[in-house]
Design a binder for this molecule. Sequence first.
Ligand code: UTP
Ligand code: MG
Length: 176
Amino acid sequence: MTITVPEPALVLLVGPAGAGKSTFAHAHFRRSEVVSSDAMREMLSGDAADQGASAEAFRVLDIIVNGRLRRRLTPVVDATNLRAANRRRYRRLAARYGIPTVVIAFDLQAETYQRRNSGRVDRIVPEPVVADHIDRMRAAVEELRGEGHAAVYLLRDGDSHVDLTRQASDAAGAGS
Ligand code: UTP
Ligand code: MG
């Protein structure tokens, strides 16, 4: 599996809790590129799972995403991104800067999400919450290709090796 990410791009990771988004982000992107809703909640409240801090966490996250796009730096949004409306909002924001959006979605078996989630040492998301995410993920997988992203990659069970390459953007936007 080869993933090509233009430089810069807005990268949206899409997947239920336990999918492996943060693990993937850590393995393939620079630390400063990854903007995580869990990290924002933790900074605000001391607890990455504190849903009461979510609204504020996403406002902070959005400020960073916007600031990086304005500087023509790649942000990687490490959140579930399961709502089409949120993905559209991010895509439009990036488009305002002439920056393409790349979606990397974790289209795995339901058991894989649940197994990865329940096997975590730090923060286990309640099983019914993961089940709800899985329902929304099924809808997302149907919708993603029609949303106007520059590229949509679906990671599947068994895609053990992912080769992520960065591609210098063409001149559009960069030099003007
Ligand atoms: P992550 O913590 O990366 O999931 O992996 P996530 O998508 O970011 O989850 P949320 O949305 O923040 O809740 C979940 C667990 O799955 C393991 C990780 O080590 C972690 O314990 N994992 C991840 C695997 O076993 N294999 C993988 O390929 C990826
Ligand atoms: Mg995570």
